[in-house]
Design a protein around this ligand. Structure first.
Ligand code: F6R
Length: 632
């Protein structure tokens, strides 16, 4: 495929880099060149900055360039895109604080050159304040470079759907999806501010150069729509299409929904490998809403796939081949069926029983993604160990933790040691509820972690997993970190490496691949990769298969599934019950029309895969949990 063909549908130059780190380094080098060029002319470089998970790696690299390569920020002026309205500078989630912690405190940027919208401006003064911000940008000479992330609503800055192309800096109302995405940071949607001050779309478009960064599969859909579809105000990032100097830098997961990646046969000539054939045929079946075995030559012809037929057809032979391939992914024996012919089964028959390790980045991930399969593995006699990589304490609301401290206090009533710890935690929680900018003490975090242990155990017992089959690693990167700001290190990797060496698994079930690289899941997946590498010479590793599961927010497409484990109605109900044990993770807001609660999402996701298999013309199951084999 030549370059012109691959870009056919993209109206914004879009680069897919090997990883978020690689893309961040490219942009950091460009920023360094801009700053140095401006300094050489005796001028200032004016940067528009974003917050959130996305630019964290970029800022780390800029700090490195400052510390190791002498990049000075003395001639840099910065303007941040946005700030939550109502948050003071000291609030843990304020963007002012974020920018200082992530960048400003570590470089020689003069304080007077920093501009972040003021979330505390009184209502009556906000309008004037916003006009003054625009004026300050103009006085600085306009933005040389604007760095952007993108929200799942398609927002840039906090310009939510409905924002006009010409909008300027103003007070806005946050979209409900944006508030839900921020709920984890604020420990509950109810705590997320409803308003923000943001530069407008017009303000952003005035920048001389714009670079948008996006990582992880959760952004893939909105990125593809922004660059491929006509500009509309229901997707503000699509307005970037009109800009003369704009680029998107993506990691592979964020680029995965671009037509040239997802359906390459629609934009040019492709080499029809067997894997691409399966992808194209399962896609065609869903596109024309016909089971695989009923696809006709004309369906192939009308969808840019005639050359596939020429190479691998006629249609009926190709249909049967793909149908059989999908059929062979289905198994009720996720650990392999002992003494059976395993030629066409996803997992090998021997050894039996297998040592199975199920890795959960945070407690409940394993139930959401593979609760039914977990029960089956246990019932079928495998030696299953569930490993909780992190304590999950960051996700426990204070109200839940209070219930537990009070319970401990009532229970020990007078006993010395635990009581004073619980009293300390009780006082810290009360302080925190009164002052939202206070952080958890180590004691309250420990307590919240213990609460999640209790829930995880209750869920495992319900799923039929015997007592003591679980391990809690409480990896230090999580205990020392905050969301978006984790820094995994040697100790994390050593803990997982040692655990795998001890358990010598035949099968590992893991998740996190393709997620936002700053998420707990993705950090844990990278640690698994490193731990497997460190165990490279071990005999067990050569005989170990890794199966990837997914939490409900992103399902595998049919061509990505290597093992599909059907669940009966009773098994599905049991899985839902087990998820329900994670009580501290229930939504803090009353459920609306859409599926808010984790168990609802998990149930819907498992049913959806079954429906997909049904629509492809395979057997109709109640629900399916799907896995992909990871060739490491
Ligand atoms: C942040 C901002 C937002 C974010 C977007 C993505 O200043 O303006 O538009 O860029 O919400 O957030 P993350 O990076 O956390 O996924």
């Amino acid at each position: 495929m030549n370059a012109a063909e691959t870009r056919q549908r993209e109206k914004i130059p879009t680069e897919i880099h090997a990883s978020a780190d690689a893309a961040s380094k490219v942009l950091a080098a460009e920023i360094a060149a801009l700053i140095r060029a401006r300094a050489a002319e005796g001028r200032r470089a004016v940067l528009g900055l974003a917050t959130g998970s996305t630019p964290v790696r970029l800022y780390r690299e800029l700090i490195r360039l400052h510390k190791e390569e002498g990049l000075s920020f003395a001639n840099v002026v910065t303007f941040n895109l946005d700030e939550y309205y109502g948050l003071g500078r000291g609030h843990p989630e304020s963007y002012w604080r974020f920018m200082h912690e992530q960048l400003f405190n570590h470089v020689d940027l003069p304080a007077a050159h920093i501009h972040v919208p003021d979330g505390t401006a009184p209502r009556g003064e906000v309008f004037g304040w916003c006009r003054a911000y625009e004026e300050q940008i103009r006085e600085a000479g306009g933005l040389d470079l604007q760095i952007l992330g993108i929200g799942r609503t398609g927002h840039i800055g906090f310009n939510e759907p409905g924002s006009g192309r010409d909008s300027r800096t103003r007070l806005v109302t946050l979209d409900s999806l944006t508030r839900r995405d921020a709920a984890r940071d604020f420990l509950g949607e109810a705590n997320v501010p409803r308003h923000a001050i943001t530069m407008g779309v017009g303000t952003i478009l005035d920048a001389r150069k714009i670079v948008l960064l996006a990582w992880g599969e959760a952004k893939a859909r909105v990125v593809a729509e922004a660059v491929e579809n006509p500009p509309v105000d229901s997707l503000p990032a699509s307005f970037l299409q009109g800009h003369p100097d704009v680029r998107f830098l993506l990691d592979p997961a964020a680029g995965s929904e671009l037509t040239r990646i997802k359906h390459p046969w629609l934009v040019g000539q492709v080499e029809w490998t067997p894997a691409l054939g399966r992808r194209a045929v399962t896609w065609l079946s869903r596109e024309v809403k016909r089971p695989i075995l009923k696809l006709l030559d004309e369906h192939y012809g009308e969808h840019g796939m005639s050359d596939l037929l020429t190479e691998q057809g006629p249609a009926y032979n190709l249909n049967i081949r793909i149908f059989n391939e999908v059929q062979h992914t289905i198994t009720g024996w996720p650990g392999g069926k002992p003494k059976a012919d395993d030629t066409h089964r996803p997992e090998r028959a021997s050894p039996f029983p297998k040592r199975v390790v199920v890795l959960a980045p945070e407690p409940s991930d394993e139930m959401l993604g593979m609760g039914g399969t977990l029960s089956r593995l246990v019932e079928q006699g495998h030696e299953v160990t569930v490993v909780y990589l992190t304590s999950g304490n960051l996700a426990v609301p204070d109200e839940e933790a209070l219930i537990v401290t009070d319970l401990v206090l009532d229970f020990v009533n007078g006993a010395a040691g635990p009581e004073s710890a619980a009293r300390g935690a009780r006082a810290a929680l009360a302080r925190k509820l009164a002052d939202p900018s206070a952080s958890d003490t180590p004691e309250t975090r420990r307590l919240k972690g213990l609460l999640r242990r209790g829930e995880a155990r209750a869920a495992l017992r319900l799923a039929g997993v015997a007592a003591n089959a679980e391990r809690f690693l409480d990896l230090p990167f999580y205990e020392k970190g905050r969301y978006r700001q984790f820094r995994p290190g040697e100790a994390d990797q050593a803990a997982l490496t040692a655990l795998l060496a001890e358990l010598r698994p035949h099968q590992i079930f893991a998740t996190g691949e393709g997620q936002d690289p700053s998420s707990v899941g993705a950090v844990c997946f990278e640690l698994l990769r490193a731990a497997l590498e460190a165990n490279r010479e071990q005999a067990w590793r050569k005989d170990c298969r890794v199966w990837l599961y997914r939490t409900p927010d992103k399902a595998w497409a049919p061509h990505e599934i290597d093992m599909a484990v059907p669940l009966s109605p009773a098994q599905l109900a049991r899985k839902v019950q087990a998820i329900y044990q994670h009580k501290s993770q229930r939504s803090q807001t009353p459920a609306g029309e859409d599926l808010h609660e984790a168990w609802q999402q998990a149930e819907a996701a498992a049913r959806a895969i079954a429906q997909t298999y049904d629509s492809l013309g395979l057997a109709e199951y109640e629900a399916i949990e799907a896995f992909r084999r990871w060739m490491f």
